[in-house]
Design a protein around this ligand. Structure first.
Ligand SMILES: C[S@@+](CC[C@H](N)C(=O)[O-])C[C@H]1O[C@@H](n2cnc3c(N)ncnc32)[C@H](O)[C@@H]1O
Length: 235
């Protein structure tokens, strides 16, 4: 997958040179490149922002450098242009899974008070991290890109799987334990030490359902419960 990020702060994305995404880049599974929007400014001082018409606090990113940066990146990346912004569709795992199937994507990060409205027609989609305001689109692009990349085939090693993680099947994850068997007087549930794979599977499913029901009624109400699920919940 090829990802281009348009930003005023390219160095913030050095984070992707590390850990799982760093390894995926080394293997050539993922290719993440940044483009500095400032390089496209027509202003002789490379200024990219200006005062808002109509007054008000803060500065607004001008349309020209943003649009020219998009045009330039589009010559080598034919993917959707995604703007990270608080007015967009809220990100969830379904959207992440959908975007992970794309071969190419372009992300645009806003800053200051946002971007001149006339640049918006160059975006195919606007997505938001949630109902809160961040200092910049970079802060939203990092978790979104990380989440997309980790579900791209072969990015996670065989020992790391996302199919039994929270949200994959609409539930929250079951409790996890590792050594030692006893920590501060609390023991690992007996069933996990039994070696009985089928009973462990059922216990994990039951815990997943119960946790989702208790903590996220909105997700639980959307689940299509199987006969086995109903039985596990009755137990
Ligand atoms: C300080 S914010 C601008 C907020 C804008 N004035 C408003 O009230 O909607 C600067 C940039 O951060 C990014 N941003 C802020 N909140 C976000 C969110 N919830 N999700 C995604 N991006 C966000 C956008 O790219 C935005 O242009």
């Amino acid at each position: 997958m090829r990802i281009n990020i348009l930003t005023l702060f390219p160095e913030m994305f050095n984070i992707f040179n590390h850990s799982i995404i760093g390894r995926a880049q080394e293997k050539g599974i993922i290719d993440i490149k940044t483009t500095n929007i400032r390089d496209f400014s027509n202003n002789k001082h490379k200024k990219v922002d200006d005062y808002p018409y109509g007054g008000g606090a803060g500065m607004v990113m001008a349309a020209q450098p943003v649009v020219d940066a998009i045009r330039s990146v589009k010559t080598s990346n034919k993917g959707k242009v995604i703007f990270l912004g608080p007015r967009g569709k809220k990100v969830n795992q379904d959207l992440i899974n959908e975007l992970s199937k794309e071969e190419e994507l372009i992300f645009v990060c806003g800053h200051y008070e946002g971007i001149d409205e006339r640049a918006y027609k160059y975006f195919d989609m606007e997505i938001s991290l949630g109902d809160f305001v961040l200092t910049g689109g970079e802060m939203a692009a990092i978790p979104v890109i990380d989440s997309i990349c980790r579900v791209v085939p072969e990015v996670l090693g065989r020992e790391e799987s996302f199919t039994d993680e929270s949200f994959y099947d609409g539930t929250l994850e079951y409790p996890q334990y590792t050594r030692p068997v006893e920590f501060e007087g609390e023991k690992v549930p007996e069933i996990l030490l039994s070696g009985h794979h089928e009973n462990i599977r059922k216990w994990r499913r039951q815990q997943s359902l119960l946790i989702t029901k208790e903590r996220r009624k909105d997700l639980f109400n959307k689940l299509k419960l199987s006969k086995e699920d109903k039985k596990l919940l009755e137990k």
